[in-house]
Design a protein around this ligand. Structure first.
Ligand SMILES: [Zn+2]
Ligand SMILES: [Zn+2]
Length: 306
């Protein structure tokens, strides 16, 4: 799996950063993409990748601020001409997302040539999509803003060939049965497949946050996550100021990662006051202050294997 950032700025675009857009590639298990937020001009950003809009089959909107949704109508309509014909798409988002999409499509006379389902989400819901569990929790941002915890299914452990051979079971097509079946019968003897497999490998957990100031539900989303994607609108300065505007400060993100045992933190949604030089300098300051924090302040088109 892979996560790519197509917009990393807070509020306004800059020459270096577009507004919020994140793409999760589910390859190799599935040949599809999930989009998180759709900042203005996100479809232009996608044109600089090898992703076809028709391959995006789920869109998750965190909240209805413009820097997270102003690119959505254009993306939906272009999808009709970018391999999306006849391919269903589901959009999840807070209450109001349905009216926003339906109104813009209606008054612009736009017609989609694929089935579009719009699902308004609520705090505490769990969605199961293609065996992937998505937990939805409401954050604290002045308007309804949500975070998504994405839990991929466990994968089966490898066969222990030494143990099979020791039991007199030689490599061959029979090994496939030990992968696919719970029990395997050979010459009247029943073998428990799990006795000949390593323990299941736990599925990865990614948490993607909408804008928020610190709140208890963040912990539920981030607990023991492999990766979190979190805003840090403020990379320095006054903590109270960031909370006054319902946003997070780098100190908040560092604390959340520490409390939850997060393995890797991808920081986006940085204030447009910081240019790339500022980010490079502040990265060193943050590293010195939080040596344990495994983080990257991401730029547009940065891509990470999960
Ligand atoms: Zn925002
Ligand atoms: Zn916001």
């Amino acid at each position: 799996m892979n996560i790519t950032f197509l917009g990393t700025s807070a509020g306004l675009p800059t020459k270096e950063r577009n507004t919020q857009t994140i793409i999760l590639s589910l390859a190799p298990t599935q040949n599809s993409f999930w989009l998180f937020d759709a900042g203005e001009a996100c479809q232009h950003q996608i044109l600089h990748t090898n992703i076809k809009l028709g391959k995006i089959d789920q869109i998750f909107i965190t909240h209805l601020h413009g820097d997270h949704i102003f690119g959505l109508p254009g993306l939906l309509t272009s999808r009709s001409f970018q391999g999306g014909e006849g391919k269903p798409l589901t959009v999840y988002g807070p209450t109001g997302i349905k009216a926003y999409i339906e109104t813009t499509l209606l008054i612009s006379g736009s017609h989609l040539n694929y089935p579009l389902e719009i699902i308004e989400i609520h705090d505490g819901e769990e969605l199961i999509i293609e065996q992937i569990k998505v937990t939805v929790r409401k954050l604290h941002h002045g308007i309804d803003s949500f975070g998504y915890r994405i839990q991929f299914p466990d994968t089966q452990g490898n066969l222990i060939s030494d143990k099979l051979i020791a039991a007199g079971i030689m490599p061959g097509p029979i090994y496939q049965q030990f992968k696919l079946q719970e029990h395997v019968e050979i010459d009247g003897v029943t073998y428990e497949s799990k006795d000949y497999r390593m323990p299941d490998k736990p599925g990865k957990v990614i948490a993607i946050f909408g804008d928020t100031m610190p709140c208890p539900s963040e912990v539920t989303l981030a607990e023991q996550a492999d990766v979190i994607v979190h805003e840090s609108t403020y990379l320095e300065g006054d903590l109270d100021l960031s909370h006054k505007y319902y946003h997070s400060h780098i100190d908040d993100v560092a604390q959340l990662a520490n409390v939850c045992g997060v393995k890797r933190v991808l920081i986006n949604h940085v204030s447009n006051r910081y240019d790339l030089n500022d980010i490079a300098q502040l990265t060193e300051v943050i590293k010195a202050k939080y040596p344990e924090l495994n983080f990257v302040i991401v730029n547009d088109f940065d891509s990470f294997e999960i």
